[in-house]
Design a protein around this ligand. Sequence first.
Ligand SMILES: *Cc1c(COP(=O)(O)O)cnc(C)c1O
Length: 418
Amino acid sequence: MTLDESDAVRRDADDPGRRSMFLVPPAAGGRYEESAYLVGNSLGLQPRAVRDEMLAHLDDWATLGVEGHVEAHDPWENLPQRLALPSARIVGARPEETVVMNTLTVNLHLLMVSFYRPSGARHKIVIEDAAFPSDSYAVRSQAVLHGLDPETAVVRLRPRDGEDVLRTEDVIAAITDEVALVLLAGVHYLTGARCDIPAITAAGHAAGAVVGWDLAHAAGNVELRLHDWDVDFAAWCNYKFLNSGPGSPGSAFVHTRHLGDPSIMRLDGWWGTEAATRFDMAPVSRPPATADAWQISTPQTLALAPMTSALQLFDEAGLPELRARSRRLTDYLIEALDAISPGRPLEIITPREPERRGAQISVRVHGQDVGQLAKRLRFEHGVLVDSRKPDVIRLTPVPLYSSYHDCWRASAALAALC
Ligand SMILES: *Cc1c(COP(=O)(O)O)cnc(C)c1O
């Protein structure tokens, strides 16, 4: 039994979100014009304002050439510093703790150069066994960089038998006095489960470890208070929930406690010296006591351009409002999936309690090829979800632009195909 379509339409009229600010891809099949786009956890949709913003940068380049660094409508040389302000608000950081640069995995490496300092027995890195592969590869190579064996230096935590999500108490118990670094995901990419960042950070510190967070699936999805939670460092991308476009630069956070500390190692470049004397061409860097000290190279202006309008939408809506709508949308999606699940091979693996998850609902599909299922959802029903081998599909109604009708379409299409 699927829920009633007209009820979904009525909910959209009462609780419309900001879909009109975005470009929704046309459906590749089915009877509706627009896609039901439930993959904003992978690549957020294009805000309408982005095209003009990008064209304005191209016009500045055409008419100003190199003078655009200072004279462009949104001057190129300190665009990352302006973008650090909305970026900081999204994660509950201070502006000086936040820097926009590079991409996520590169930033994790740069931050581990600073914050993974194995010494004697205290040398291990704790991650999840089901960590995103890039994070797994990054921590292994960091261990090798320090002359350690990644098989013993990297501790991979598994959920208990029969469970999909790590328990906070099991994570805390694993932080022994051999652990130098804990690096976990704020929201898990596969299960959509939210980690208890303040509890694990505090326990890690009590055990003498540094605690860093990969916020790829958390930033712009759930409310965060990185400064107050005393997180050591964090990194996230801006192309998932933050809608800044394919390959957009990442953001990084370093807590004020560590800013300006001369004992902390960094890899330096001319963009990490203080801005006022950057062009003095001095032989030795003078890094500022801000997260900007972690910058290395010239900012990627054309890739940064969409972020101005994309992040502004978060300031306009406010995360509390977005999170509240996200709860309403996901509650509806869960209800719609529960309505079709009896007699079908579908099992929600994301925690049901709203405070233990964000916008993503992951569903295990038993005995069916999920890659094939995702294709049929797209080409026969115009519903975009993504699949992760061997048996999970992820459905993410994004509170800025997704509708109740998108959720209804996903459940109706799954009912037809499973
Ligand atoms: C999306 C994602 C990445 C991607 O990293 P890039 O360096 O931006 O390609 C890394 N880690 C996690 C947990 C992710 O979700």
